[in-house]
Structure formats: C-alpha cells, structure tokens
Design a protein around this ligand. Structure first.
Ligand code: GLN
Ligand code: ZN
Length: 766
C-alpha cells in the first residue's frame, strides 16, 4: 500500500494483514455481567469491578494477538454500550446526570437511570438485536473531548506489547444515531463542531503511540443521511488532513457502501473496511479509487455463527487483490454479535460442530485466510481441506433437507394464504364470543415468580420429575386464571409460566433448531440472550402449546387466548441458516406455527395470538429492499394464521419500535385484533393506523409495563377516551403494552384492576 502523495500521512505508512473489527466484552462466562450487577447491588466496589474489567480486556487482547492478528482493536471494551462511551468521549452526556459526582456512576445513571434521573432511550443497533443508548443532543450539549478511556486502553495494550488499534465510532454515525432534544436542530447539523474534536483525538492518539485508528461509520450503509457520499468525503478529507495523525481506517459494516465507497476512497484515509457478507462481494473490485488503499475485506461473517467457506473466501480475496492497493482479512463486523467460543459447547454432534464458528473460531479463520494470502494456499492446506469437508457435510446432511415438509409447504402456499373477508370473520366471531366493546385482555405472560424459576432450575438439574414440573406449572396457570377472573378481564391467558423465552420455548420443540449451552450474546448492558441455532428444515414433531392452553381453558368459561410466537420473530431472534433465502426459512417456521393454530382450534381454543414483536427489527437498512422484506414477512405471518376458520379470532402483538415505516404492513397482516405498544407514544399510532384505512380491531397499550409505576384508573380512562376519538369503541381493545413477566404480581394486580375499571367507565360513556 502506498499513501496518496498529497496527504500528510505518517512517514512510513503502516499496514496490517489480519484483524477483527471488534470482539465480545461480556466475558466468556459472563464475568462482566456478574461483576457489574454486583457493583450495582453494592456487593463489590469500583476497584473490584475495574479489576475484573481489566482482566477481561487483557485476556481478549492476548487471545487476539495470540491467534495471529497483527492489528488488535482496543477501546472495544465497554461497561455498558459503545455509543454511550462515545457520548462520554465527546462530552455529550445529558446535563441531567451532571449531579452524579462519580464518573462511573454518572455513566451508569445515563444508561439505567436512578430513582430521580431518567435514563437515555434505548434502541436497536442497525438491524441487529443489540441495543444502544441514544445520545441526546440539545442546546445544553457542549461538546468537549474526554479521551481518558481510549487513551488508557491504548496504554494497557502497549504495555502488553500488543499492536493496538483504537476503535472509535465516527462522527457521522454518532450524530446520525443521536436524537435532538429541547428544540435543538438535528444532531447532524452540529457536525462542524465535532470535527475539530476528532482531529484533536487523532493527534492525541498518535502522540500516545497509535499507528492506526479505526473510525466506525456503519451509518454509511443505510439511507439515513441525505447525501452520505458527500458527507463521507467531506469528513474524511478533513480528518485526513490532520497533521501528524495515525493511519486512518474507516470501517463500515452491515451492508454495502454503494456511492459512499468511491467517495471515501477519494479521501486521504489509508484503509476502508467493507462488509463483503452483508454487502455482497463484487462492488469493491470495480472502484479504481481503491488502487492506493488498504481494503479491509470483511469476508468472515461477524454476525452469524456459520464457519466460513475458506475456498470461497479465498476466491473473493483474490478478486479484490487485483483492484485494491493491498488487502487485509477481517470479520464483516465486530464479533460482539456472536458467542465467545465453541469450546464450551459439549453437546454438539461432530457434524454440527464442524459447520460452526463462534468468536474465537472466526478469529482463527481470519488468521488462516491472511496466512494463505501471504504464504500461498499450500501453507494452510489442512484448514482448507477441513473447511471443504465441513461445507460438503453441511450440504449433504439429511437434516437440512426434509422433502416432505418442503412439498407440503408448496401445497399449502399454492392453496392460498388468505382468510375469509374481515367483516365476515368479525360477524362469526361476534356471534361466538359475545365480547363487549372495549374488551379487556393482557398480552400473554404473567410475572415469572421465584417459584416458577425454581421449578425450572430443579427440573433442569433433575431434582424434580417432569411430572412434578408439570404439576407446578399447572398450579401457576390455575392461579393466574383465578387472578384474571377476580380482576374481571374479558379474555384470559394462561400466563406462559412454562416459557423461559418466547423464541427458545418453540425452538426447543421444533426439529431444525439447536439450543446452545453457553452461546450468550450481549443484548444490552448486562443483559445477554442465548439465540437458538436454526440449521435445518423446520419440522414440528408434535403440538407445542395445546396441553397448557386446553388446561387453562378447562378452568374458566371465559375465552383463553392460545399464545404463539410468530415466524418473523422466531427468525429474528435465532442464528439462522445462510444457505437459503430468509423468506424460505420464515415460511417453514410459519408452517409449523400454522399447524399449531389448527391444533389449538381443534382443541376448542377460540382466540389465538401470534406475536410478532420483531417485525420491524428485520426491516432492511436500504429503502429499496424494504418492500420485498415486508412482502415475505407479511406472507409468513399470513401463512401461519390462515389455517383456521373464520370464527377463530386471530390476534397479533407488536412492540419495541416505531411503527411509522411499517404501518401498511401491519394492516396487511390481516389479524382480527392487533395489540400494539402505545403507552409512551400517547396513542399517536392510532392516527397512523386511521390514515391508512386500518379496519380491523386494535388494542393500543394503556399500561407501560417497562416501568414499575401503576397507572391510575383516570389516567387509563383518559388514554381510552383519546383512543375512542380515533377508533370506534367497538373496534378497540384494552390491554397493557406488552407481557407482564418482568413485573411483580402486586403491581400487575393493581394496574389491571385499574385497567378494567377504566374500560367500564369509558364503556358507560359511549
Ligand atoms: N406474549 C409475549 C409475552 O407476553 C409477548 C412478549 C413480547 O412482545 N416481547 O410475554
Ligand atoms: Zn410486546
């Protein structure tokens, strides 16, 4: 690689061959989670927490360097979230946390709130299931540089003799992910204020011995910014002109750069990182401006758990070598999104294990590919042969291809996935269910009590028999039914005591899924999830929920809703096979859910809810891909819900997002009743639904279950009155925002009593 002659780059231009864009930080055994939660609970002090954190950082760096990476990312550690870290770096914490004297506690106050400080809002990081904290930029924000964290992590690495590359979120991405508050302009308008700070940071990092700095700009693969190419060119031209700076590596991930790639390549930055997995592997080869850049080729999927096909990755790298100045091998994004290592999975069969690569295995793949580039493929012949064998084994494994299920899917699809007309369904359901206007219900789960958790643990450890477990769960169900009858709700639920997680519960019962033992991935802060691995064709060997539902229904004359998780949500919260289109996989899951709805109906269940809280999450980052996604996502939902008769009422439930962009798709789901998160957004969603002519029933959430606050009767009644102004009472349902499993029984009882009273009050006013 040679630096462009006009740019004031460091005299001897450095280079690297093998790296990852970032790595997990919670600890292979979730050590950071435990330590942080102990610190919050006051069981350990700050010094003890910091020592756990320093140990994890040091072990991570040593592992990355030891595996053969010649450039190791640092500042990828975080006590909570990397976007929040960037807000601290740039002096952009909200003024309301200033009163907290200790800087670590101030940081946690911004992340989680305190008794009297509201936390920052949390939202999904691009199209992943990781959540970041949304910085607030307002008139009170006075940017200033606070580089302590990145400088000290760099110093730690240098003391360890590691070739460290500080990683910082770039200015465009930081501002695009922030939100304006207190009447301030869109954060991106304040770009010019931030750029000198980044310049200063680059100079300080160079002074502290950094030869490379990675600036992350994933926002450039989305359609968020008005003119991403021009902005990217302007920002990186400016930063490129910083005197005495380290070499600059602009990393992008989660998609293709399109026009922003040649724009970035025209600037003086030394390296550009491209995601060749999510973004396709062809485009960079056609950009002449890359001829003097180091192209950091993200050929190893950082987000999914499949082993890389080394042969195919070498082909991609060979093609790129002809066009870029030099090529380094990398993961497509940070491996934050995959578990630490396969080492801890002892129950995998050999075939399945050979198909997989978690974080540590991906690092090894990067190193292998880089060695092949430098020393020729013969130098890694064994690894290539093993990879080829794994690819062949995965292709031919009978579990991946169940022709009976595939044929049945085609037959069902060919026979159509539409239900009867909505008004006919409505009439038949009314005649059967006799529900009042403003019918009251809940979203599915009731508090997961200590007894429930204990029973699950005891069952897992073999301390109690499955029969005893079932007895205890049934006792919980009976209790929850009794509670709902006492409160006077119209449509009951069984409370989901038997479900540890709304996706894992189904994954454990479907063929084609594998549950990991220790495949934890950070979801936000100290919260981790363990997504199942969907590796083969999905088959439902037997009914999954019918016994629980019918037991609950046997205890009451009121209707009990059957509760299922929808195909898109199961897909979104699993690691999914990458050998066929997502749409095909979604349809296979949908067929299994459809079979479940039909079985529930035959068992006498009259109302079935199919939850799709993740419908918005998988929405593609590029506008032109959105329509195709929504088409197949809606299709999968309809496939899963159209097997039942017109008199069976289908509910769906949506939450966790802004619905504006997908409001049309929500209508297309064609559910009879849609419950939707609304308590925080004050019913605005109803106007949006009206605007598109939404004509089925809707239950806007009137109880914010994310807060321990119990809403009063009059407060709920006011929300309902607002709702009735937008939608006729006959089409309105009354329900909380989401499931109740994280709340206490006392809170839930009080809130639901108020909810039922408020419904009666407003019903009487109609
Ligand atoms: N039925 C699920 C529950 O109540 C829905 C959860 C969700 O929307 N995330 O827990
Ligand atoms: Zn929900």
């Amino acid at each position: 690689m040679t630096a462009p002659s006009a740019s004031p780059t460091p005299s001897a231009s450095p280079t690297f061959r093998a790296t990852v864009l970032g790595s997990p930080r919670i600890g292979a055994h979730r050590e950071l989670k435990r330590a942080t939660e102990s610190y919050w609970a006051g069981r350990i002090d700050r010094a003890q927490l910091e020592s756990v954190a320093a140990g994890l950082r040091s072990a991570t760096r040593a592992a990355l360097a030891g595996a053969g990476l010649d450039s190791v990312p640092v500042n990828t550690f975080s006590y909570y979230d990397q976007v929040l870290d960037t807000a601290v770096l740039l002096g952009a914490l909200p003024p309301r946390v200033d009163a907290v004297p200790d800087d670590l506690d101030r940081y946690f106050a911004a992340a989680r709130g305190t008794a009297d400080i509201l936390p920052l809002e949390m939202t999904k990081w691009f199209d992943t299931n990781y959540h970041y904290l949304v910085p607030e930029i307002g008139p009170g924000t006075t940017f200033h540089l606070n580089p302590g964290k990145v400088l000290s992590e760099l110093a730690e690495a240098r003391a360890q003799g590691i070739p460290a590359r500080p990683v910082v979120i770039g200015p465009l991405t930081f501002l695009a992910l922030s939100k304006a508050v207190d009447g301030g302009p869109a954060p991106i308008e304040r770009l010019d204020e931030l750029l000198p700070l980044y310049r200063d940071l680059l100079e300080q990092l160079a002074g502290a011995g950094a030869r490379w700095v990675q600036l992350d700009e994933p926002v450039l693969v989305t359609d968020t910014l008005d003119d991403p190419a021009a902005l990217a060119e302007g920002v990186y031209q400016y930063l490129g002109e910083t005197s005495g700076r380290p070499a600059l590596f602009v990393a992008t991930y989660f998609g293709a750069l399109d026009g922003a790639l040649p724009a970035l390549a025209r600037t003086p930055v030394e390296a550009i990182g491209v995601d060749l997995v999510a973004g396709g592997d062809r485009a960079p080869a056609a950009i002449p401006e890359l001829a003097d850049k180091l192209l950091v080729a993200g050929v190893v999927d950082g987000r999914n758990i499949w082993a890389t096909d080394l042969e195919s990755a070498l082909g991609t790298l060979a093609r790129l070598s002809g066009s870029a100045g030099a090529v380094a091998v990398s993961t497509s994004c940070s491996t934050l999104h995959v578990p630490y290592s396969l080492d801890q999975e002892t129950e995998l069969d050999a075939a399945l294990r050979s198909w997989l690569a978690f974080g540590a295995e991906k690092v090894a793949e990067v190193a292998t590919l880089a060695t092949a580039l430098r020393d020729g493929r013969e130098s890694v012949a064994d690894a290539i042969a093993a990879s080829a064998a794994a690819v062949a084994s995965r292709k031919s494994d009978p579990r991946l291809h169940n022709s009976a299920v595939r044929a049945r899917l085609q037959t069902v699809l060919a026979s159509g996935i539409a239900r009867g007309p909505a008004d006919r369904r409505r009439a038949r359901q009314d005649a059967r269910l006799h529900l009042p206007a403003l019918a009251t219900t809940t979203i599915g789960s009731y508090p997961q009590t200590v007894e429930i958790r204990k029973a699950r643990a005891a069952m897992k450890s073999g301390e109690i028999t499955p029969a005893e477990y079932e007895r205890r769960m049934k006792a919980e169900i009976a209790e929850v039914i009794r509670l709902q009858e006492t409160i006077g709700l119209d449509v009951l639920v069984h409370g989901e005591p038997e479900r540890n997680d709304m996706v894992q519960y189904f994954a454990e019962q479907l063929d084609g899924f594998f549950a990991t033992q220790n495949g934890w991935v950070q979801s936000y802060g100290t919260r981790c999830v363990r997504p199942p691995i969907l590796y083969g064709d999905v088959v439902r060997p037997k009914p999954m929920t019918v016994d629980w539902a019918t037991y609950a229904q046997s205890l009451t004359t009121k209707p009990v809703k059957g509760m299922l998780t929808g195909p898109v949500t199961i897909l979104a919260w699993s690691f999914v096979r990458d050998d066929q289109p997502l749409a095909d996989t979604a349809n296979q899951i949908a067929l299994a859910i459809r079979d479940e709805t039909v079985d529930l109906e035959s068992a006498g269940i009259t109302i079935i809810q199919v939850d799709e809280p993740a419908l918005r999450e998988l929405l593609p980052l590029r506008s032109h891909q959105k329509e195709a996604y929504l088409r197949w996502a809606v299709g999968a939902f309809r496939l899963s819900t159209s097997g039942v008769g017109d008199s069976t009422q289908i509910h769906t439930h949506l939450c966790y997002s802004e619905f504006g962009e997908i409001i049309g798709a929500i209508a297309d789901l064609d559910a009879d009743v849609t419950s939707i998160e609304a308590a925080r957004s004050h019913m605005e969603v109803l106007d949006d639904l009206n605007a598109i002519g939404f004509s089925t029933s809707v239950g806007p959430g009137v109880y914010d279950i994310h807060s321990p606050r119990v809403p009063g009767t009059e407060e709920i009644a006011e929300s309902l009155r607002a709702a009735v102004r937008a939608i006729p009472a006959g089409r309105l349902w009354v329900n909380p925002d989401c499931g109740l499993k994280t709340r206490s029984t006392d809170e839930v009882t009080a809130a639901l009593q108020n909810l039922v009273q408020a419904a009666e009050l407003v019903r009487a006013e109609q």
